[in-house]
Design a protein around this ligand. Structure first.
Ligand code: NAI
Ligand code: MG
Length: 356
């Protein structure tokens, strides 16, 4: 199979982990007889430095012509500490999601057995946890009207959803639930927010088309609590952009680390695959970032965009084997991990390639 992949590594550890993700794709192509061609494109801080624009037009054009995108992360401390900066790396990420119509962000939370001890949650509450989040990705406060008034002393971000936007993500989530344990939890704040009342109304309507799926509605605050109290009660979770952003960082503790969680952003055209974590300035350049989220994102690309199920499974199995062999990056190691089993980003990548 011939596929064209655009690599947008972005900033910070985005560069480090995406290198490994791409090496894994290369090995898969070699092993299974596929031909993957690559192109690179700029985004975020790197793009601002080079062009003044966090999302150069060329990046959008290349992305639209690709079969899939392997994405790293955006962000730089320079902007985090300067709230007044008008041009920001995150505009690149939000911009590409919007430009490509990537409205559904799938975030599978899967705990590898070997990492039961890496989580701060007690193993007996974790074992068997397997959740698939559907985070809406092109609406909500992230894209609603925002601004300042009263000479800058009042600020606002409009939380806005249309029926159409809720319906299309709900349909994707119900379809996925039908292929899993047929349970769906919709998360909103319908007791307070009008946009959430529309969200709930639309999910209830869509639910009528899927009578086999057991549906529950939770408020975001309760959902955040239940996720840690009893993660196994969840199968598919569907929620808005902001709530999904926050809940899935929380859910990363179920999988052991932010460095383990992959995501797929899909819409009507090409798909974008990225770790859920950011550019992690605190560890950038140290060579210690966990590349597995990027590798697992590449596996999602193989499965979802290319329909290469066996290839995707081979990648996930390689991750499993590396973990079974006791290898850990720092974020998933603990006090009992022998020092010679704690690897840096590239060494972890080499172990993976050898298993593949
Ligand atoms: P972050 O996700 O970059 O890091 C949070 C914590 O998790 C840090 O302690 C970091 O060291 C750790 N971590 C993250 N990924 C890891 C990995 N692969 N291996 C080991 N440890 C890992 O979030 P933070 O620190 O809040 O934000 C840093 C920058 O990233 C900011 O500029 C932010 O705007 C940006 N950001 C970008 C995102 C994206 O590109 N999708 C998502 C979230 C934040
Ligand atoms: Mg986030």
């Amino acid at each position: 199979m011939k596929k064209h992949i655009v690599v947008i590594a972005g900033d910070g550890i985005g560069q480090e982990v995406t290198t490994v993700g791409k090496q894994v794709l290369d090995r898969v192509a070699e092993k299974f007889g596929h031909e993957f061609t690559y192109d690179e494109a700029l985004i975020g801080h790197a793009a601002i430095e080079a062009t003044g624009n966090p999302l150069p037009e060329e990046t959008v054009t290349k992305s639209k012509q690709s079969d899939a995108i392997l994405f790293g992360a955006v962000g730089h401390p320079k902007y985090d500490n300067d709230p007044s900066a008008k041009v920001r790396p995150e505009q690149g990420l939000l911009g590409i999601r919007k430009a490509l119509g990537l409205y559904a962000n799938l975030r599978p939370i899967k705990l590898f057995d070997e990492l039961l001890q890496a989580s701060s949650i007690k193993p007996e509450f974790l074992q068997g946890a397997d959740i698939l989040f559907f985070r809406e990705l092109t609406g909500d406060v992230y894209f609603g009207e925002k601004g300042r008034k009263d000479e800058g002393d009042t600020a606002y971000d409009l939380m806005i959803y249309s029926r159409y936007e809720v319906e299309r993500i709900a349909v994707k989530a119900f379809e996925a639930a039908m292929t899993r344990r047929k349970k769906l939890c919709s998360v909103d704040k319908a007791n307070v927010l009008e946009s959430s009342r529309l969200w709930r109304e639309v999910v209830q309507e869509v639910a009528k088309r899927y009578p086999e799926v057991e549906v529950e509605h939770q408020f975001i605050d309760a959902a955040a609590m239940l996720l840690i109290k009893d993660p196994r009660r969840f199968d598919v979770v569907v929620t808005g952009n902001l709530f999904g952003d926050i809940l899935t960082d929380e859910a990363s503790q179920i999988a052991g680390s932010m460095g383990m969680l992959a995501s797929a952003s899909i819409g009507d055209t090409t798909g974008l695959y990225e770790p859920i974590h950011g550019s992690a300035h605190d560890i950038t350049g140290k060579g210690v970032a966990n590349p597995l989220a990027s590798v697992l994102s590449a596996a999602l690309m193989l499965e979802i965009s290319f329909g290469l199920k066996a290839e995707a499974e081979a990648v996930v199995n390689a991750v499993d084997q590396v973990l079974k062999a006791g290898y850990r990056t720092r974020d998933i190691a603990n006090a009992t991990t022998p020092a010679d089993r704690i690897l840096g980003t590239q060494a972890m990548g080499e172990q993976l390639l050898s298993k593949l």
